[in-house]
Design a protein around this ligand. Sequence first.
Ligand code: FES
Ligand code: FES
Length: 203
Amino acid sequence: MTNLTRRSVITAGAAMAGVALHPAPLIAGDDGVGAVRGAAGGTAGSKTRVQLMVNGRAHQLQLDGRTTVLDALREHLGLTGTKKGCDQGQCGACTVHLGGERVLSCLTLAVAVHGRRIDTIEGLSPPDGPLHPMQQAFIDQDAFQCGYCTPGQIMSAVAAVREGQVGTDDEIRETLSGNLCRCAAYPKIVAAVKQARGRSERT
Ligand code: FES
Ligand code: FES
């Protein structure tokens, strides 16, 4: 990977290139699109003041009511570690934590999460501090190739550990089934989750 370190892939989601991803079951609830269209206060094109609490920092934004959390993170806050794969809830690349639970940020409207805690891959470990145990496990187990799916895989895996859904290999495969990996790193992803599941989670 030219100009990329394995740490940069793991911490900030740097990746070589975009990929086309295939449909799979969702892992996170669509807590967004239909339910809050009205709450956006708006018609197409109108702006709404939204406070996003991302990785412990408050951000005041003026957003179109249709802006997703994914686009707010990437286009308005410059947090590009969260990836856009399908942009329609089918690949898991955009997984973030909302109030500690995993959600698909491409299906969640920013206005619907005003003031709520959002955690992304960039906030999982301090910039110069030790990696989160799940990040370290992905490195140790060589659980990625291009790295495009990796931020979503890691955010989903961290939540899955908290949810207690990683007791067996089958449980791990099931709970991460909504996170697609075009490079087919699945066996090593399972190994990484097994390595990290017994270690303290910091988020
Ligand atoms: S970008 Fe594919 S599920 Fe959100
Ligand atoms: S899509 Fe390449 S590592 Fe998962």
